[in-house]
Design a protein around this ligand. Structure first.
Ligand code: FAD
Ligand code: NAD
Length: 464
């Protein structure tokens, strides 16, 4: 095999691409991974999951020290925000994790190419980078993991400062006086929370009649109620038609309503699959109406030997979904078997309180005509939640009415993102709500709320 020929070329080093590269190398393949950005890790590590969670954590601590320590009998005076330091911490975490991937590539002998990967057909891929000579490499198989980019709306010009997407909102140089968030999806709620906690007035304009459309309705309603109590303002059924900068102000226009004046705008109306520059046209691969690359159960595209995973294909745009697909895809290449159970992929919104779901929502079960039972248990009836001063929220478990098999769980409350893992594993193992209810959960823990909700499916919660 020539030096520039590989068993597998992976295009994109986000959570989908870098995990697939490492797993393929573990399975004995000679792997190259092409990434156009200087830092590895994709949207998730550079400008997504990791920096947003760093800011969510810091801003939550700030808000907690300022407003909630008194209840524990701790008076804290003179609390001040040092935004530059908060941002520097976030940047340091990103740097540590992205360089960690370079280390993983070295350890697993994944050859890294820096530049834009363009598929040319017959297993050939060019790598181009401004100021450097183009390189030509080839492989028996190619895996596209090119991710996604933030969507915009017509008549909104991102000026890279006052009006922009999540990447700008991860690095505002000062706390906005009034931040308008367009879209009450995951990004809008997470980054809206960050800036609200740090002192901004936050107005969320959402097109639909609920936040996080698609999520279990009971959860969404409870979340909005809590976020409103925290000071965030929501306007539903609002169609934004444009936004512009005038001096140091932004004017947001909406259909049938008055303009909203603010000093920063976060556009968070979804993300689109990223296929630009990939050269799909050279291979005759067509995207679907949402711009996704269509694949079969083994993530193979319409062209033999060319695969795709992660945000660039259909399904929830989540880092762990991309990772599972990356692993399943390369395992199927080598062993003939690789599978992702989409019913067991959790989704978590890292607000305060956190919001987490796995499996089916009540609305989905009703629409499918699946008979189900539900059990709910509130955080306020749990001892540990009281000790934590985290009394908001509930756990809801949905199980099949006849077989008792767990079909879904929806949690709003402290550490919901960690609590949901137990139910995800239960779904993966085909467990019943009785299995969860009969498993011992340490006392006093928040995990006991999951157990009590499982008991409640059968009407026998103990502490309610
Ligand atoms: P990406 O991470 O987008 O990686 C694709 C990579 O491919 C990029 O680095 C890109 O530069 C590179 N690339 C593209 N085309 C080429 C080419 N032709 N040649 C070379 N390189 C190319 N998900 C979660 O699960 N949890 C979270 O908490 C979370 N928080 C988020 C917060 C924000 C603000 C955002 C924006 C997203 C968040 N997400 C979160 C979503 C998550 O980031 C994505 O689902 C995930 O990154 C998708 O992984 P991927 O590997 O498919 O694509
Ligand atoms: P989203 O799809 O979650 O939400 C977009 C929202 O914008 C929707 O509620 C939609 O109704 C609304 N919208 C669309 N057009 C509008 C208009 N003209 N006016 C007003 N509202 C409008 O998208 P997002 O929040 O941008 O996030 C993008 C992706 O990133 C999501 O798919 C999400 O999975 C992923 N992400 C995940 C996490 C996490 O897992 N914690 C965090 C951030 C982002």
């Amino acid at each position: 095999m020539s030096e520039s020929h590989f068993d597998l070329i992976v295009v994109g080093a986000g959570p989908g691409g870098y995990v697939a590269s490492v797993r393929a190398a573990q399975l004995g393949l000679k792997v190259a991974c092409i990434e156009k950005e200087a830092a590895l890790g994709g949207t998730c590590l550079r400008v997504g999951c990791i920096p947003s969670k760093a800011l969510l954590e810091s801003s939550e601590r700030y808000e907690e020290v300022k407003n909630h320590y008194q209840v524990h009998g701790i008076d804290v005076l003179g609390v001040e925000l040092n935004l530059d330091k908060m941002m520097a911490r976030k940047n340091k975490i990103v740097k540590t994790l992205t360089t960690g991937i370079a280390y993983l590539f070295k350890k697993n002998k994944v050859k890294r190419y820096e530049g834009l990967g363009t598929l040319l057909g017959d297993g050939k891929v060019s790598v181009t980078k401004e100021g450097a000579e183009a390189q030509m490499i080839s492989a028996d198989k190619i895996l596209i993991a090119s991710g996604s980019y933030a969507a915009n709306l017509p008549n909104i010009e991102w000026d890279g400062s006052r009006i922009g997407g999540s990447t700008s909102a991860l690095s505002y140089p000062e706390v906005p006086k009034h931040l308008v968030v367009i879209g009450a999806g995951v990004i809008g709620l997470e980054l809206g929370s960050v800036w609200a906690r740090l002192g901004a007035k936050v107005t969320v304009l959402e097109y639909m009649d609920m936040a996080m459309p698609g999520m279990d309705k009971e959860l969404s309603k409870e979340a909005v109620k809590i976020f409103k109590q925290q000071g965030m303002e929501f306007q539903f059924g609002v169609k934004v038609t444009g936004a512009r900068v005038e001096g140091d102000q932004c004017i947001v226009q909406r259909e049938g309503g008055e303009d909203v004046i603010c000093d920063r705008v976060l556009v968070s109306v979804g993300r689109r699959p990223n296929t630009e520059g990939l050269g799909l046209e050279n291979l005759g691969i067509e995207t679907d109406r949402r711009g996704c690359i269509p694949v079969n159960d083994h993530f193979q595209t319409s062209v033999s030997g060319v695969y795709a995973i992660g945000d660039v294909i259909a399904g929830p745009m989540l880092a762990h979904k991309a990772e599972e697909e990356g692993v399943a895809c390369v395992e199927a290449m080598v062993t003939g078997y690789g599978h992702v159970n989409y019913d067991a992929i959790p989704s978590v919104v890292y607000t305060h309180p956190e919001i987490a779901s796995v499996g089916k929502s009540e609305e989905e079960l009703k629409a499918a005509g699946t008979p189900f039972k539900k059990g709910s248990f509130p955080f306020k009836a749990n001892g540990r939640a009281m000790a934590l001063e985290a009394k908001e929220g509930f756990v809801k478990i949905l199980a099949h009415a006849e077989t008792d098999r767990v079909l879904g769980a929806h949690i709003i409350g402290a550490r919901a993102g960690d609590l949901i893992a137990e139910v995800g594993v239960s779904i993966e193992f085909g467990a019943s709500s009785e299995d969860i209810a009969r498993s011992s959960h340490a006392h006093p823990t928040l995990a006991e709320i999951v157990k009590e909700a499982a008991l409640a499916v059968d009407g026998r919660a103990i502490n309610m």
